[in-house]
Design a protein around this ligand. Structure first.
Ligand code: HT7
Ligand code: ZN
Length: 888
């Protein structure tokens, strides 16, 4: 196995200043003429050969300055020697062909429903032509596309359209020029039968821009929300960061075959349809929110990623962590109220803690800036994206909003047009804020980039009544991760407040501090252990720690039920308030699991506290929905050393049933108050009301199903049939499916019938059935049956993800079977996908990351399944890396 290491980075031996590409597009055999102006990077030496990357290409001809050149092939690379030793430019022409319709990997040039698309990040450009396919080689591109006019009326590439016209035999051409230098991973082309929603906008500086969203005919009415999201993103980046759109024309194109969410190609973003198309009839509120955030994310990359890009792929979080931070802030600002902002923050934290913390604790643990990889596609991870965003967020916390804006401005002053590193970014933020804690602690802060794993922080408080002091002792530890045994202390901002037992905020003043007391502050923990003593504290306080989740750590503190109740009822910080409910529920669930108690009871104090939240007229519906949601089975598994997924499921389901029963009257009132959601708008407030109504309906349906009462299942079925929007309809359908009510068997075929022509809705239909609660092992056979459904297609990543991942990743109790059949199914699908699309296969392979934590008999079955995959002869390097690390 070939391992790529960060420490081996060397600057490129050559630069490619300009690229002229000419494509003769044909699905069976596309011809590519690549004419480059190349010059030696003499700073890197005078003798090195030019080694061009290539993959799955048929090479026809190589010319240097118009003359046939001698070259050799070495490990897939095209190697040219005898080139000028100085930096005088020369022209290199390479003529190749490729087969887009056979490209099921969806990397490079491929077809989807008769339209050509490209995906070049991270290393897909080498599947289009031979090139220095690395992000620090930046070139100016001119692209000519030639194709049959009837089949491919729309021809798009990056930048500006400079010429178009007719050719012989019904063909036509379009010539595009992108004035910005860019790395090859940002190249894109699209050719097919598409239609566009168009809008011209005038920016603050008076410049006109044409915005276009291209989709297949028939989908046009589903593009309004994407267009509005794009306009909002442009305005937001101007206001919040002073960053303006630098292009005359900005295009988004949707494809239904895509490995990821979307791609930020310069001026020509390519999107998975899932993150473009949205109508009230076919998309849920969550879908609308995702469209807004992904459109924002890709647009924000235009500056953080495209104008300043990564020097090498180890720096991936430079663009991804920063851009996720930016899209999170964008969604929060769009949500409007403080409370809606907090809801978004809680949702982001929930994703991080459930999935990224699990990654940090498993065989694929890696630093935000990894040290090595076998396959870069395996490193588009939650650590790079979500933890990377938390690292940027901590910088923001340490320098403040104004300081962060100054830092971003300096970052662009220094590095615009360059390919740089995570160190460069951190240095710019620090240099713009010389007096900040970030600057004082910078080398240590940067351990967030180099150390894998999630720090654990233990907090203990000591109140001295005589001295009227409160001492908070914070201790941090970081467990070893694969390849990193010694860890050092991190810089951990801990935002906090102190509360009286009746919930009043206590002013905080540290011993020896002249500053006036404040009601909220941020302590910076930078040593293994630190004590902070607050003075003039008149009573034993309840600490409210890690407000807003100010650092990506696991916090351990011994709060009793009364203290958790104080926080849940009174804390001014919505995150800590929600967290109190989760801590409390988690403790109840884990105690029952440890006690072997299958019929645990929810303590009345807990249900009363939740009831209070549910009935509080001052709280937002979306926040109530979050508080009233028990921690997921996956999150609970994260907290336990040896995991029996069946026990977690049994205990959680038992408590869920009690929550439904104990609060039945409250759920009814909640339903009455929220179910009439009026005319559909996808804003945060209305979405919150629909979410809470959906939760109430699910709880009432669940309770009725166990109590054999038909009223609520009947209402759910009626709602399912009558709903005027997909959110209400799908929530009603989910309520029936999750209660395993017989009416689900009537509703599911009807849903299919209604939406059989809506691919994204069919994905929901498959996913819902795959994630239904297991009854006597009946979900796996159902999934196997659905694999044979005429609408199932394993080659379509969205469809494969809904059914297969819906089972392996979203339904732990059905997947982790005592007979190991779930794991056998997993192995079969990894092997099948490996031959079709190695990137999707490798994602599926990761469903077994936590196998070593499993209890028997699960663990033994898991190992057998992993070994079976490992023994496959034709394993892609994508899947091999994941399986080898899991078994290491
Ligand atoms: N920067 C984009 C990454 C991406 C990607 C990576 C590997 C394989 C396929 C891919 N499609 C898109 C997505 C983003 O973060 O915006
Ligand atoms: Zn991104």
């Amino acid at each position: 196995t070939h391992i790529v290491r960060r420490e081996d980075y060397l600057p490129p031996a050559f630069w490619i200043d300009t690229v002229e590409l000419t494509f003769d597009l044909d699905p069976a055999k596309t011809r590519v003429l690549n004419k480059m102006r190349v010059r030696r990077n003499t700073a890197a030496g005078t003798e090195q050969a030019l080694r061009l990357d290539g993959e799955d290409l048929n090479l026809a001809r190589v010319l240097v300055n118009g003359q046939g050149a001698t070259f050799k092939m070495d490990n897939g690379q095209l190697v040219l020697s005898n080139l000028p030793v100085d930096d005088s430019p020369f022209e290199l022409e390479i003529f190749t062909t490729c087969q887009p319709e056979k490209n099921t990997l969806l990397s490079g040039l491929f077809t989807s429903q008769g339209t050509f698309f490209t995906q070049c990040e991270a290393e897909g450009f080498r599947r289009i032509t031979y090139f220095l396919d690395r992000p620090d080689v930046m070139s100016v591109y001119t692209v000519t596309l030639r194709a049959d006019q009837a089949l491919y009326p729309v021809l798009l590439s990056n930048g500006n359209l400079i010429k178009e016209g007719q050719l012989e035999e019904g063909r036509h051409f379009a010539k595009w020029h992108d004035p910005f230098k860019k790395p090859s991973y940002l190249f894109a082309l699209v050719a097919g039968k598409l239609v566009a929603r168009e809008q011209t906008i005038i920016a603050r500086n008076g410049k006109e821009h044409l915005l276009q969203v291209f989709v297949r005919p028939g989908d046009l009415e589903k593009t309004e929300h994407a267009m509005q999201s794009l306009i909002a993103s442009i305005a937001w980046d101007e206001t919040r960061f002073g960053l303006h759109l630098d292009l005359d024309r900005f295009m988004i194109v949707a494809t239904s075959d895509f490995n990821m969410g979307a791609m930020e190609n310069k001026g020509l973003n390519i999107f998975n349809t899932k993150f473009v198309l949205a109508s009230q009839a076919t998309a849920t509120d969550v879908d609308f929110g995702n469209v807004e955030s992904v459109v924002g994310h890709e647009y924000f990359h235009n500056w953080t990623g495209n104008r300043i890009t990564c020097r090498d792929w180890f720096q991936l979080s430079l663009k991804e962590g920063l851009t996720v931070f930016r899209d999170q802030e964008f969604s929060m600002d769009m949500a409007g109220s403080d409370s809606a902002r907090a809801v978004k923050r809680i949702e982001d934290v929930r994703l991080l803690r459930t999935n990224q913390f699990a990654e940090d604790a498993g065989p694929m643990a890696h630093p935000v800036r990894p040290d090595s990889y076998q396959e870069i596609n395996n490193f588009y991870t939650l650590t790079i994206y979500e933890k990377g965003a938390e690292v940027v967020r901590m910088m923001h916390t340490l320098v403040g909003e104004q300081g962060f804006r100054k830092g971003i401005t300096l970052y662009f002053e220094r590095f615009d047009g360059q390919a740089v590193t995570c160190d460069d970014f951190a240095q710019a933020i620090a240099d713009a804020n010389p007096e900040s804690e970030l600057t004082r602690l910078l080398p240590q802060f940067k351990r967030w980039y180099s150390q894998a794993g999630t720090p654990h922080v233990q907090a203990t408080g000591l109140y001295d009544e005589m001295a009227q002091t409160y001492t908070l002792r914070l201790t941090q530890t970081l467990r070893p991760t694969p390849g990193q045994s010694d860890k050092q202390a991190s810089v951990i901002p801990v935002k906090l407040g102190l509360l009286t037992r009746s919930g009043q905020a206590i002013p905080m003043q540290l011993q020896g501090e002249a500053d006036p007391a404040t009601l909220e502050r941020t302590l910076v923990l930078s040593e293994a252990q630190q004590a902070f003593t607050f003075v003039n504290v008149a009573q034993a306080p309840v600490p409210s720690l890690l407000r807003g989740f100010s650092a990506p750590v696991v916090l351990h503190q011994q709060l009793d039920d009364e203290e958790l109740e104080v926080l849940l009822e009174h804390d001014s910080d919505p995150f800590t308030r929600w967290e109190a409910s989760q801590q409390w529920a988690q403790r109840i669930i884990i105690t029952a699991i440890n006690d072997g108690n299958d019929t645990p009871e929810l303590p009345p104090r807990f249900t009363q506290a939740l009831s209070k939240v549910l009935n509080d007229p001052l709280l937002d519906a979306a926040f109530k929905d979050l508080v009233l949601t028990l921690p997921s089975e996956a999150y609970i598994a994260e907290q336990i050393a040896t995991v029996n997924p069946q026990r977690i499921h049994t205990v959680r389901q038992a408590l869920l049933a009690q929550l439904a029963a104990a609060l039945q009257a409250d759920w009814q009132r909640t339903w009455d108050l929220h179910h009439d959601t009026g005319a559909y708008t996808p804003d945060a407030l209305s979405a919150g009301r629909r979410a809470l109504a959906g939760k109430a309906l699910a709880m009432l349906t669940l309770h009725s199903s166990t109590a054999e009462d038909t009223i609520w299942p009947g209402k759910a079925y009626q709602r399912f049939k009558d709903a005027s929007n997909m959110t209400d309809r799908f929530n009603a359908l989910s309520a029936l499916v999750h209660a395993r009510h017989p009416l689900a068997a009537k509703a599911l075929p009807l849903f299919h019938q209604l939406f059989k022509n809506e691919a994204l809705v069919l994905d929901k239909w498959f996913q819902l059935q795959a994630s239904a609660p297991d009854l006597d092992g009946d979900i796996l056979p159902q999934v196997q049956q659905l694999m044979k459904h005429p609408d199932f297609n394993i080659k379509n990543p969205n469809r494969a993800r809904s059914l297969i991942f819906g089972f392996t990743n979203a339904n732990p109790a059905a997947f982790h079977r005592e007979d190991g059949a779930g794991y056998q199914f997993w192995a079969d699908q990894v092997i099948a996908l490996n031959a079709i699309n190695a990137q999707v296969a490798a994602r599926l392979a990761r469903a077994m990351d936590a196998w070593r934590k499993l209890d028997e008999p699960f663990k033994a079955h898991a190992e057998t399944a992993l070994q079976r995959v490992a023994a496959q002869e034709k394993l892609s390097k994508d899947v091999r890396e994941i399986i080898e690390k899991a078994l290491a």
